[in-house]
Design a protein around this ligand. Structure first.
Ligand SMILES: [Zn+2]
Length: 453
């Protein structure tokens, strides 16, 4: 007899099975069907609700602010948001994940605290150079990430072109992507100085201080180094079609070039929403004016590798600074990623369930080499499931589980809500409460070969 069966409209890679079911044994999917359900110890019937593969959020900053203890609230929020795997950035407070012993400490923290599974980015710093790249790859990081802009000298430093080249050479023979925070240091510093001198402030000044030119320059430079050295180059937040046009240009040379965008770049428009949200909408690179349609065009033409939340764990106090330039960059987003992306896809006339499963699960799972276990409802994979109920749901940030309880998505209406989430066959979110204990999550290591395309 099966451990469990879950009924609903099952979104598989081959299509949606209305009145379908998933059979689960030992945390894995062992059977999928339609109609009569085989005997199971527990059967949950979600009627007409859609059942998608658990989302793999390819970019989170669970530990940037609160350090490793930040794993508990971030993963609680993830599981409530239908995200079963977070791919966490390496910029842990106070020490970035640039050496093997910090990988081990983070794995221990996940085993103790996490409500969802986590895969880990590694990084390099001026101190470690490329000395620990091989060791971290052996430990099981799913990718590396660096920044071309100095966010913090020790935790989130600027990595200049010489070390970037060394790093691409070190990674050239591997499947590990190198992610980039893609903004040009000199352009941003000069433009920021210019708007500050002019006495301009507010979200519009923030946008002007980090122009598209800074993003495009960093993006193209990064691809050019990878083109010469080998390696998989992946700017992690491309905010406009122009960025994806550059990505496609390099990809057409046969090199491994990909780009990612985040759901807030698809939802918000600086021209329309900037005044309303102010610093609450401050992210780097910034949300730009009139960029949404172009980004959708890139996505529809296949130029976007996948969509992520870029969840940042800043308390709201971090936004209430006298100047926009002192406010923290980044927004919480684990509970809004799936509903917001689904809603956008639906409103743009797409098969929203299929597109959500693709952009938020299958593609990131493949990208990070975890698609033997994650990313699709298929026999043999782990039973990570997200149950979506359709309707009209106004998002209330006060109900979030991230310990932050603010977001620019507060008050927005979504076309779905997360009715339940299963992690490896166990219920983690029942639609009202996070019901799995801390320590239910584990680390997910890269396992599959080959690259994303
Ligand atoms: Zn980020």
């Amino acid at each position: 007899m099966l451990d469990r069966s879950v009924k609903g409209a099952i979104v598989t890679p081959e299509g949606t099975l209305v009145n379908g079911w998933i059979g689960i044994q030992d945390g894995r999917i062992v059977a999928i069907g339609q109609g009569e359900v085989p005997q199971a110890h527990r059967t949950e019937d979600y009627g007409e609700c859609l059942i998608l593969p658990g989302a793999v959020d390819g970019q989170t900053h669970a530990t940037d602010y609160g350090g490793l203890p930040g794993i508990a609230p971030a993963t609680a929020s993830a599981i409530a948001g239908g995200i079963t795997t977070l791919v966490d950035m390496p910029y842990d407070n106070p020490d970035p994940l640039d050496r093997e012993e910090r990988f081990d400490l983070k794995v221990d923290a996940i085993a103790a605290l996490a409500h969802a599974d986590m895969a880990l980015y590694g990084t390099v710093t001026g101190e470690t150079r490329i000395d620990h790249v091989e060791g971290l790859a052996r430990k099981g990081v799913v990718a590396f990430k660096i920044s071309s802009f100095e966010n913090s000298p020790s935790r989130f430093p600027r990595i200049a072109e010489d070390l970037t080249l060394d790093l691409f050479e070190a990674l050239a023979q591997t499947d590990l992507p190198l992610g980039l925070h893609n903004e040009d240091q000199e352009i941003v510093l000069a433009r920021m100085g210019r708007v500050r001198d002019a006495g301009v402030d507010g979200i519009v000044a923030h946008s002007a201080s980090r122009p598209l030119a800074a993003e495009l320059a960093a993006t193209a430079q990064f691809f050019a180094i990878a083109q010469a050295a080998g390696g998989h180059a992946h700017p992690v937040h491309q905010t406009a079609k122009e960025s994806f046009d550059i990505t496609r240009m390099f990809a057409r040379t046969g090199m491994r070039a990909t780009g990612e965008t985040c759901v807030h770049y698809l939802w918000f428009d600086a021209a329309r929403d900037g005044e309303k949200y102010g610093a609450m909408m401050k992210v780097n690179p910034p949300v730009r004016p009139d960029a949404v349609d172009g980004l959708w065009q890139s996505l529809e033409e296949g130029d976007v590798a996948f969509v992520s939340s870029d969840h940042s764990s800043w308390p709201i106090d971090n936004k209430f600074t006298p100047s926009i330039f002192d406010a923290g960059a980044g927004i919480p987003g684990l509970e809004t990623l799936v509903p917001a992306f689904y809603t956008l896809a639906r409103r743009r006339g797409h098969d929203a369930a299929k597109m959500t499963a693709d952009m938020l699960s299958s593609r990131p799972a493949k990208f990070f080499g975890i698609d033997d276990r994650k990313g699709a409802i298929e026999v043999g994979r782990e039973a990570d499931l997200t149950v979506l109920e359709e309707g009209a749901f106004v998002w209330d940030a006060k109900k979030a589980h991230d310990g932050l309880k603010w977001t620019p998505f507060d008050g927005e209406t979504f076309d779905v809500r997360v009715r339940a989430t299963y992690l490896r066959g166990e219920l983690g979110w029942d639609g009202e409460n996070v019901v799995n204990p801390e320590g239910s999550g584990r680390v997910v290591k890269r396992a599959t070969k080959g690259w994303y395309a």
